[in-house]
Write a protein that binds this ligand. Structure first.
Ligand SMILES: Cc1ncc(C[n+]2csc(CCOP(=O)(O)OP(=O)(O)O)c2C)c(N)n1
Ligand SMILES: [Mg+2]
Length: 347
């Protein structure tokens, strides 16, 4: 496991490039009708997940909503497995049964990919509870959008996390909109971070377009949580350059607003910082970008030639055997959830 301080910034820039190129290609493949269903792109927000992941250990837990491609890639799920999932292929990270909104990778402690707004926040609290119950020093990072903060489940989750002093960082990816609705129209707060104060959870606002600021703040908080478990809340100010999903005319925002944020592109920003400090040349950057593009093209090829999930597996991985009325998952050493996510169950 790599200690935080050794995670190389050039490597993290290359991860951001991989995420960006992956999603640009996904968008193109969606338009070519190779990808079906919903597809939400994270383009513009890359510094949030990359910065946060750079600050934690590989055995910490992460969980997010449906804008989840970047979270899986940042956690180490291969571009092949991610692209194959978008294509609905059996080699995908959710065996082709989850699609864009339901990426999952138990091995890398990436617990979804959840489509219902805020529904995963109580699950995140469950993960954090498990950490504390077992006496571990892990931390859960729970990512969610600004649209989640007015949902009932969100409040229940924050309340419990505060009461039980759970090791969890609530990371609000405030991209200013929930679909076409501006935060200003949906939320009575002056600023989102004030939500945490009501639960006596320490909170801060962070420039989510700045990789270094995200990484350093998350590292500081995670360090404090490992010493003595407690919840924390970070409002990341960020922006998505693309529409909410693939079919969004984006008439709710102006071109000028989009352009203003484009000038603050998180990739350009980290690149400029590294170049200024003599840690990256233009040639090196071009090479990283070329590699990212090649990886993604290879992923498309892999997805294309992968098989569809067989029809007789359609209902697999939904419920655990023994989780119904007749059997109790508690009877077994391994939890039902463990068996479901490891795919060992067959109906
Ligand atoms: C409970 C629930 N209500 C409505 C929806 C439809 N819906 C899908 S995405 C979305 C907006 C959420 O926005 P936000 O949380 O800010 O995340 P972002 O898309 O900006 O990343 C809504 C309302 C849903 N998925 N779940
Ligand atoms: Mg939003």
């Amino acid at each position: 496991m790599q200690p935080v301080e050794q995670r190389d910034e050039v490597e993290m820039l290359s991860l951001m490039l991989l995420i960006r190129r992956f999603e640009e290609r996904a968008s193109q493949q969606y338009q070519a009708q190779k990808i079906g269903g919903f597809c939400h792109l994270y383009i513009g927000q890359e510094a949030v997940v990359t910065g946060a992941i750079a600050a934690v250990r590989d055995d910490d837990y992460i969980i997010t909503a449906y804008r989840d491609h970047a979270h899986a890639l940042a956690r180490g799920t291969s571009a092949d497995a991610c692209m194959a999932e978008l294509f609905g292929k059996e080699t995908g990270c959710s065996r082709g049964l989850g699609g864009s909104m339901h990426f999952f990778d138990k091995k890398h402690h990436m617990y979804g990919g959840h489509a219902i707004v805020a529904a995963h926040v109580p699950l995140a609290v469950g993960l954090a509870f498990a950490i504390k119950y077992r006496g571990e020093d892990r931390v859960t990072l729970c990512f969610f959008g600004d649209g989640a903060i007015n949902q009932g489940a969100f409040h229940e989750a924050l309340n419990l996390a505060a009461l039980y002093k759970l090791p969890i960082v609530f990371i609000c990816e405030n991209n200013l909109f929930a679909m076409g609705t501006s935060v200003k129209r949906s939320t009575s707060l002056r600023q989102i971070v004030d939500r945490a104060e009501g639960y006596d959870i320490p909170g801060e606002i962070i420039d989510g377009m700045n990789f270094r600021e995200v990484r350093d703040k998350v590292a500081e908080i995670v360090d404090s949580i490992r010493k003595e478990a407690h919840p924390a809340f970070l409002e990341m100010r960020t922006y998505r350059y693309r529409g909410h999903s693939m079919s969004d005319p984006a008439s709710y925002r102006t071109k000028q607003e989009l352009e203003k944020y484009r000038l603050d592109d998180p990739i350009t920003r980290l690149r400029a910082q590294l170049t200024r400090e003599g840690k990256l040349t233009n040639e090196q950057f071009d090479l990283l970008d070329k590699r990212a593009k090649e990886t993604v093209l290879a992923a498309v090829k892999f997805a294309e030639k992968s098989p569809q999930p067989p029809l007789d597996k359609l209902y697999d991985y939904t419920y655990a055997n023994g989780a119904g009325a007749t059997g109790s998952p508690a009877d077994s050493d391994e939890s039902a959830a463990d068996r479901v996510v490891s795919g060992e169950d067959r109906q």
